[in-house]
Design a protein around this ligand. Structure first.
Ligand code: AMP
Length: 469
């Protein structure tokens, strides 16, 4: 499939795509759209950045157009469930952008703000409703929304919704939907619990997949810096001063940790802002807009808050804390090197626990990452890691409480994220010459670890020595 016209999509849709600067379908779009246009259920393994939003939005818009009906009050024809308010907002923006010549009616149902506005938006019925699961249930329970007319259901980032504890909400919602519907189910990973959920919700689904999660972007330079626990903030400040940073996204494991990093950086004279579940929606939107525009160069975020943020031009991702779920590392570093750019991911590692997380990450991505050792003292019980230490990970999926779902009323189309012909994330654009992940067999600061680099392509087992930086 070389062009969007080949799918037979309505002219009004292909015109909008041209205006968006989309020339050719991405692999997930090429695989998904024909099945979805036939009315098949689809189960897709695809990460953010692969173009999966358009993969489900375009065929749904086309099918809505084929049978345009007046939507009864308090109902909708399409429900899209997504884990976070940011991602929900972006999905809604995408539907509105691709559907701009059709005049689709749409609404956002996300929590954290009073429901009044959303209730009013649903009064007249809408074609497309993008929602986080908790708020959707609240709207149904308060009789503001009936799900009996839904024709299309999309689950986006299903694995993340399960991680966030939405499984019961999703089951409740699905139980209220008509059995005769089309379901499009997307997840970045497909562990057993997700596959089970999908098998309960989908009928004879077509299976599509692009770049497995274990392939990290080839344009990302990955650096691991071993530091003393107490010196993490100092090292972060130094890095932010030394590195040629356009935009840096710094990840912490906790909300409290994010705030602490902001304070620590402020002491070192570096301005930054944090977004996490305790911040108001207004604050988050303001900070994100400033980050997008370049006004804020350094953004500190927790994984949940950062989910779904699609900002091009992030030159650096810094893991202030390493995540305990290895796939999360891949999600995090995928925030850089988007839209054909190159990027750097730097992880600050302290202590045996984080070293264990690192080994699990290396096993997942199949790359032994070189360590730069900047510790002044050895941690108790420390031993030098070896590549062989990389161990099997029981897939550890913490189920966080839903309390973190923060949400807000629909405001209609919001600022459209940057897009364009080149705006493909790492999974989309792989033609560029491969670049070794950061190297230096024993470059500055690396002590005692002879590291062989393995190509990031999972099937390529050619080892080669790290190139000096
Ligand atoms: P997504 O994975 O849906 O979040 O999309 C990632 C980015 O790719 C977004 O900025 C989209 O606007 C962009 N995009 C999606 N499909 C295409 C395409 N066929 N050509 C160019 N850019 C695209």
């Amino acid at each position: 499939m070389t062009s969007f016209q080949d799918f037979g999509l309505a002219d009004a849709i292909t015109r909008a795509l041209r205006e968006e600067g989309y020339q050719t379908p991405t692999p997930i779009q090429a695989q998904t759209i024909p099945f979805a246009l036939e009315g098949r259920d689809v189960i897709g393994i695809a990460q953010t950045g692969t173009g999966k939003t358009a993969a489900f939005a375009l065929p749904i818009l086309h099918r809505l157009l084929e049978r345009r009906t007046k939507v009864p009050s308090k109902t909708c024809r399409v429900v899209v469930l997504s884990p976070t308010r940011e991602l929900s907002g972006q999905i809604l923006d995408s539907f509105n952008a691709y559907g701009r010549h059709i005049g689709v009616t749409s609404a956002l149902a996300i929590g954290g703000v009073p429901m009044g506005r959303q209730v009013r938006a649903l009064m007249g019925g809408v074609e497309i409703l993008v929602a986080t699961p908790g708020r959707l249930i609240d709207l149904v329970q308060s009789n503001a929304l009936k799900l009996g007319q839904v024709e299309f259901l999309v689950l986006d980032e299903a694995d993340r919704m399960l991680d966030m504890g939405f499984i019961n909400d999703i089951r409740k919602i699905v139980a209220k939907l008509p059995a005769k519907r089309q379901t499009l189910f997307f997840s970045a990973t497909m562990p057993k619990d997700i596959a089970e959920l999908a098998s309960q919700m989908l009928q004879d689904p077509a299976r599509v997949a692009v770049t497995p999660v274990s392939s990290t972007a080839e344009r990302i330079t990955q650096r691991i810096i071993q530091v003393d626990h107490a010196a993490k903030a100092t090292h972060l400040a130094e890095l932010l001063k030394q590195e040629p940073i356009e935009r840096a996204l710094v990840f912490t494991r906790t909300k409290h940790g994010a705030d602490k990093v902001v304070k620590g950086l402020a002491k070192a004279g570096i301005a930054s802002n944090a977004i996490h579940g305790n911040k108001s929606q207004n604050h988050r939107e303001r900070v994100l807009a400033a980050f997008r525009s370049g006004e804020i160069r350094t953004l500190i975020a927790t994984d949940i808050a950062a989910r779904g943020i699609d900002v091009d031009g992030i030159s650096h991702v810094v893991n202030f804390d390493l995540p305990n779920v290895p796939e999360t590392y891949v999600h995090r570093i995928g925030r850089t090197a988007r839209a054909g750019a190159e990027g750097t991911a730097i992880s600050l590692i302290a202590g045996a626990e984080e070293m264990g997380y690192l080994r699990n990450i290396e096993r997942l991505i199949r790359i032994a990452l070189p360590r730069e050792d900047r510790r002044t003292a050895r941690e108790p019980g420390h031993r030098e890691p070896s590549h062989r230490d990389t161990v099997a990970t029981p897939h550890h999926r913490p189920h966080a409480a839903r309390g973190n779902e923060s949400v807000q009323a629909s405001k209609g189309p919001r600022r459209r994220r940057r897009s364009g012909a080149n705006n493909n994330a790492q999974q989309i654009n792989r033609q560029e010459p491969r670049r070794a992940s950061h190297g230096g067999g024993k470059s500055e600061g690396i002590q005692g670890v002879a590291v062989l680099h393995r190509e990031s392509r999972p099937n390529n087992h050619r080892n080669r020595r790290q190139q000096p930086r």
